[in-house]
Design a protein around this ligand. Structure first.
Ligand SMILES: C[S@@+](CC[C@H](N)C(=O)[O-])C[C@H]1O[C@@H](n2cnc3c(N)ncnc32)[C@H](O)[C@@H]1O
Length: 217
């Protein structure tokens, strides 16, 4: 059984090499430019049909994905302050009023579909299509990351790429512990992208975490 996450260089992922983006991220709580550029590079290279971002915030990364991969439709999910949905105390500052969520792409003509709701609730995924590319950057508790991961595994195409943020953040976020639990429970391969806080997997099955996968581990 695989029990750890190994590091890979960006260039070794499907031949993708880094590109520059003229999008400057202005908020300290948004995905840092270093990591956002990796996501934009991969999306630009692969042109996924349907992209999902969990955790819209002001919409900086949503915007960057849409600009760099204009043929993709980007779905982005977030809660807002008015919903009163709980988050870890260190994330309370990220819960924005409804009119602020996704502000970066409001009034743009980009192919972005904004959804308000709790990403841990599986019913929110009923209407959207299956995704080819997912970026999980919502509630950073281990339980929520595992729940988001299980939901997107049931809502992605075979060979979909799934990314998690904050893997190398050794502060309060629980991404590292969540990914260890996911590896142990479901036996999937997860890689960390060197010099970034991103980790990713490629889904190799048609279904979610298949029952055969569960039985084997
Ligand atoms: C670190 S910010 C996301 C940053 C954004 N991806 C970017 O790059 O600009 C985390 C976001 O997750 C959202 N969030 C927290 N709990 C959530 C939940 N249960 N469902 C959906 N979004 C959630 C927060 O409201 C916040 O906007």
């Amino acid at each position: 059984m695989i029990s750890c996450v190994s590091s890979v260089d960006l260039a070794s992922i499907l031949g993708v090499s880094s590109i520059k983006s003229n999008i400057k991220l202005v908020d300290a709580l948004a995905t840092p430019e270093r990591d956002a550029i990796i996501l934009y590079s991969i999306a630009k290279t692969l042109t996924p049909k349907f992209v999902l971002e969990i955790g819209t915030f002001y919409g900086h990364t949503t915007y960057g994905l849409a600009v760099n991969s204009p043929k993709s439709t980007i779905y982005t999910i977030d809660i807002c302050k008015e919903m009163g949905i709980g988050v870890p105390s260190y994330q309370a500052i990220e819960r924005l009023p409804k009119n602020e969520v996704g502000k970066r792409f409001k009034n743009s003509n980009l192919k972005i579909v904004q959804i308000f709701g709790d990403s841990r609730n599986s019913s929110i995924y009923k209407e959207p299509p299956d995704f080819d590319f997912v970026y999980i950057d919502g509630n950073h508790s281990a339980g929520s990351i595992i729940s988001d991961t299980e939901n997107v595994f049931n809502k992605t195409t075979k060979n979909a790429l799934i990314f998690w943020h904050d893997y190398k953040d050794d502060g309060l976020v629980e991404t590292k512990s969540a990914l260890k639990q996911i590896i142990n429970k479901f036996g999937i391969n997860i890689w960390h992208i060197r010099d970034s806080w991103l980790a990713f997997t490629m889904k190799t099955t048609e279904c979610g975490f298949c029952t055969e996968q569960r039985a084997a581990h």
